[in-house]
Each structure stands twice: as C-alpha cells, then as structure tokens.
Ligand binder design. Structure first.
Ligand code: KIV
Ligand code: NA
Length: 275
C-alpha cells in the first residue's frame, strides 16, 4: 500500500501504529521499502552517520537533495520525508518555502520535516499552504545542540513540559500532518499524543506514540560513535560487515580470491594466436 501524508493521518484515527526508519541511499531505501516500513526519513543525521560530522549543523541543502533523490528512487510504497537542514528555514518564511520546494522538486520528497514548535509555526503554515506536507519535530532537536549544550532528555520540569505541549499544539495548528517527538519522558509523550489529532512519531519517547522511528545504522549495529539509551539493536550488521571485509582482505592476500567461478574465460585458440 502506498503511504502518504493522508494515510499517516488516517492511521492514527484507526489506531494503527506507523513504522519509520532513516535511509540515505537507494539500496537501503529499497530494502526498507520492501520490508513494509510506512515511512523513510532522509534525516540530517546524514551528517553524523554518513558524512562523519559530530553534529547536524554543517549539513547543506545540496546534501539533502542529493540523498533525498537517491532514496526516492528506491522507495515505491514508503512515504519519503526529507529533513530541512539547519538554517534553511529559520531566517525568513519565504526562504523556508523556497527551500521546502527544492526538497520536493529536486530531492523528490513526499514531505519535508523541520525542527521546532512555536518558533517555526509560521514557516510550517506557509509551507503547507504551498502544497507541501510538513512533519514537525519537537523535544530534542539536534540542530539546536549549541543551545541545549548536549543531547539531553527534554520536558522534565513542569515549565519545559508545558512548553513541549504548546510546541505540539502549535505544529498541529500550523497544519503539519505528523510530528516527531524526540527524547521525552514516555508519560509526557503519551499526554501529547492524546492531546493532538496528528500522529506522533517517537524516538526515545516511549510506546504511547502513534509511531516509532530509528536511525537505521543504530538499530542495525553499524554505528558505534555513540548509542543513545533509546536505541534497540535488531542485528549486529557492523560485526557481519567487519568479518566479511576481513575475510575478503585475507583471501586476496592469499590469492584465494578470485577462483574460476568468478573469472571470465577466453577460447584457447584465440589465446594461442596471441603468443
Ligand atoms: O535526522 C534524523 O535522523 C532525525 C530522526 C532521528 C528523527 O531527525
Ligand atoms: Na533530523
């Protein structure tokens, strides 16, 4: 079944949970799509897990377009959501709409995602008005790492919890079709989920959300620079890769690869003429 912003909204009404994973390339997107994942996020976590930066601040529009288009070519049924990178939507509403449009036209996104609640409500409203579905992202918003001063759980005090609830409502009211809630106590994420009509997609926000999202390298055990508490490892693909790479290197060193089955032949009489 083809997933769209509309089917995401409908899933909440039907009480159906939504699964999302990140992807940054064609091959991975295709595997996720074939697995029946509802949505694929081309996250700006690209900066961390693909490009090797310490944070997402350096990720550019060109990066997101490049990887967005690759993922879109691999996704048939999953909704492809592409992250708006840091400083592509903060300065003016006009710039936000223009950049969201580029992610749709050049990045082949089905929807865009941007970080923030009340502070970006105006941008969300304008982008939606332009005919572009928007996913919100509240709680821990990694593009603001330099304000937070680290990756910390959000919404723990009464004041912070009220602000988060206000952010969720602002995102909903601005016309977003869904909202990511990151690193928030489960009971608060549940309260927010009950308070808004749009689906909440949790990451480190407990089972009460309407859906879940994980960075695929985290859940496959392919990224070990840091592992947040909320990551569950579904496989140790990193180990499998390391072992395969080492076996290959050893066989090449020994001359054990390639053998005849991986080798092309030329007819003996042709070869004789060459001598
Ligand atoms: O960039 C990303 O991968 C994200 C998810 C963690 C929600 O924004
Ligand atoms: Na992101």
């Amino acid at each position: 079944m083809k997933n769209t912003a509309a089917t995401f909204a409908a899933a909440k009404a039907k009480g159906e949970k939504l699964s999302m994973l990140t992807a940054y390339d064609y091959s991975t997107a295709k595997l996720e799509d074939e697995s029946g994942i509802n949505g694929i996020l081309v996250g700006d976590s690209l900066g961390n897990v693909v490009l090797g930066y310490e944070d997402t601040v350096s990720v550019t529009m060109e990066d997101m377009i490049h990887h967005g288009a690759a993922v879109a070519r691999g996704a048939k049924n999953a909704l492809v959501v592409v992250d708006m990178p840091f400083m592509s939507y903060e300065v003016t509403v006009e710039e936000a709409v223009r950049n969201a449009g580029r992610l749709m036209k050049e990045g082949r996104a089905g929807a865009v995602k941007l970080e923030g609640g009340v502070r970006v409500a105006e941008q969300i409203r304008a982008i939606v008005k332009a005919g572009i579905p928007v996913m919100g992202h509240i709680g821990l918003t990694p593009q603001s790492i330099n304000v937070f001063g680290g990756f910390k759980v959000q919404g723990k005090s009464e004041e912070a919890a009220r602000a988060l609830l206000a952010d969720a409502k602002a995102v909903e009211e601005a016309g977003a079709f869904a909202v990511v809630i990151e690193a928030v106590p489960a009971a608060l994420a549940q309260m927010i989920t009950d308070a808004v009509s749009i689906p909440t997609i949790g990451i480190g926000a407990g089972a009460g959300c309407d859906g879940q999202i994980l960075v695929y390298q985290d859940m496959l055990g392919m990224f070990s620079d840091f592992t947040p508490k909320f990551v569950k490892r579904y496989a140790n693909v990193g180990e499998v890769m390391r072992e395969a790479f080492a076996n290959y290197a050893a066989e090449v060193a020994l001359g054990a690869f390639p053998t005849e089955e991986h080798t092309y032949k030329i007819k003996d009489d042709v070869l004789e003429k060459l001598y």
